[in-house]
Write a new protein. Structure first.
Length: 451
């Protein structure tokens, strides 16, 4: 602590810097009083809305409960609607919130009201599955305002707005879900019907190239090849007989009739071979287009399977939406009830004016003492024999006191016992005790002014 290493040296420091300490403390006390006087009281009121679990639960296909996260989503939507410009303007006019400051612009009034209201959710203690949205058990609406009555009215107004919107909002939302899923189910059914008709038309146009007939067409090709070989062999046999008969230069009448008969048979075989060849080409052409037909049909099957899955899912969701709408109409779903209305607060939030003034005064005194100590450190002067002995290890032989010119008036009476802490003064008390008592009396006076 530098030069201050005993109680006497501390008292000596206080006496040397007494006027600095007194001036800084008084200035700080005055500023604390002004700040406390200028402080605007803020009152905070709370309304509590309880979120009641559904009396009849409607579980989804995956085992989760759709109502578990309905309160969170509904709260977000309602909070956005209640804090819109139109809603806040209507509330300002309804309660006359800024009647004492009509010159404040409307935008700043809306901003101030929006900042004064807070929505806080209380999570439910019930366990929830992994990946499931959190459930809430209560909603706390807090309103902070400069008047106790207005803070309670604002909190109750917002709470009533939540109740009004949730009572009609649940049924509207459930009805909207039913309408949406019905429209979606009708759209998917139309797409399914159209796709099935398109698929049937494509099969009719490519009936000969269907993948199911591939094995039969291949068997037909085998049969065609066998028949063509047989007819070719018969044709060659007939041709050989005709050539043999035609090579005879002396043909008889029977030979001529036999040659004509062989020509007729060969002509019939030519027709059969041509017909079988044409049929074989048709079968080969159908088999060549079968892979493309199979690819198109596979695409149709995939689209049809996808649409059927979507249709089944939408049908299931539509049934759930209809159940939720029924529960909402019977008031068996999740409900919001006013658990606690906001009451007029008796005391403002935060520290009162007296606390601010007292804290400011104590801080001013501490700042004054710190400033005095810092100034003493900046000017280290040996003032007592004990300090000289500590600094130089030399004991002084003679100590000559400082001789000041005597003054008349109050200072001439105060200086002796202020400079000598052990000297008795008022009521036989040392001067530093009198100085401390004066500061305490000043603090009491400040507290009395703020009362």
């Amino acid at each position: 602590m530098g030069q201050i290493q005993s109680i006497e040296e501390l008292i000596s420091l206080l006496l040397r810097r007494r006027w600095l300490i007194i001036v800084v403390t008084v200035i700080g006390m005055v500023l604390s009083v002004l700040v406390a006087k200028a402080k605007v009281d803020t009152y905070e009121a709370f309304s509590v809305i309880q979120v009641e679990v559904p009396t009849v639960s409607s579980s989804g296909g995956d085992g989760t409960t759709p109502q578990s996260s309905a309160a969170v989503q509904m709260l977000q939507a309602i909070e956005q609607r209640l804090t819109t410009r139109e809603s806040l303007t209507a509330m300002i006019e309804r309660h006359g919130l800024f009647a004492d400051t009509p010159e404040l612009p409307l935008d700043k009034q809306i901003f101030a009201l929006r900042q004064a209201v807070t929505f806080q959710t209380v999570d439910s203690e019930a366990g929830q599955n992994f990946g499931q949205a959190r459930a809430i058990s209560a909603i706390i609406i807090s309103a902070r305002w400069g008047t106790a009555d207005l803070s309670a009215r604002i909190a109750n107004d917002f709470a009533q707005g939540i109740l009004d919107q949730t009572s009609a909002g649940q049924l509207d939302r459930a009805s909207e879900n039913v309408r949406f899923f019905k429209d979606e189910e009708a759209r998917l059914w139309t797409e399914l019907t159209s796709l099935e008709a398109e698929m049937a038309d494509y099969k009719n146009k490519n009936a000969d190239s269907l993948p199911d007939l591939r094995s039969a067409r291949q068997d037909e090709l085998v049969n065609f090849d066998a028949d063509l070989r047989r007819l070719g062999e018969d044709y060659l046999g007939l041709k050989g007989q005709r050539d043999q008969l035609d090579a005879n230069p002396n043909k008889r009448e029977t030979d001529r009739r036999q040659i004509a008969d062989l020509d007729a048979q060969m002509q019939i075989l030519d027709g059969q071979i041509a017909s079988l060849t044409e049929k074989r080409l048709v079968v080969e052409a159908s088999l060549s287009t079968t892979p493309e037909v199979e690819r198109v049909l596979n695409n149709y099957d995939r689209r049809l399977t996808q649409l059927q899955g979507q249709h089944e899912l939408v049908t299931q969701r539509m049934a759930e939406a209809e159940t939720n709408a029924r529960l909402a109409s019977l008031q068996k779903s999740e409900r919001f009830t006013l658990l606690e209305r906001a009451i007029t607060p008796e005391y403002p939030t935060g520290g009162g004016r007296k606390k601010i003034a007292m804290a400011g005064s104590v801080a001013s005194l501490a700042a004054a003492l710190a400033l005095a100590f810092i100034l003493d450190l900046l000017k280290p002067v040996v003032r007592t024999s004990a300090q000289m002995e500590r600094q130089l290890s030399l004991r002084p032989v003679v100590s000559i006191p400082e001789i000041r010119e005597a003054k008349d008036g109050v200072s001439a009476k105060l200086v002796p016992y202020l400079e000598n802490p052990k000297r008795k003064s008022l009521f036989g008390l040392p001067g530093w005790i009198v100085l401390t008592a004066g500061c305490l009396i000043a603090l009491l006076v400040v507290a009395a002014l703020l009362a």
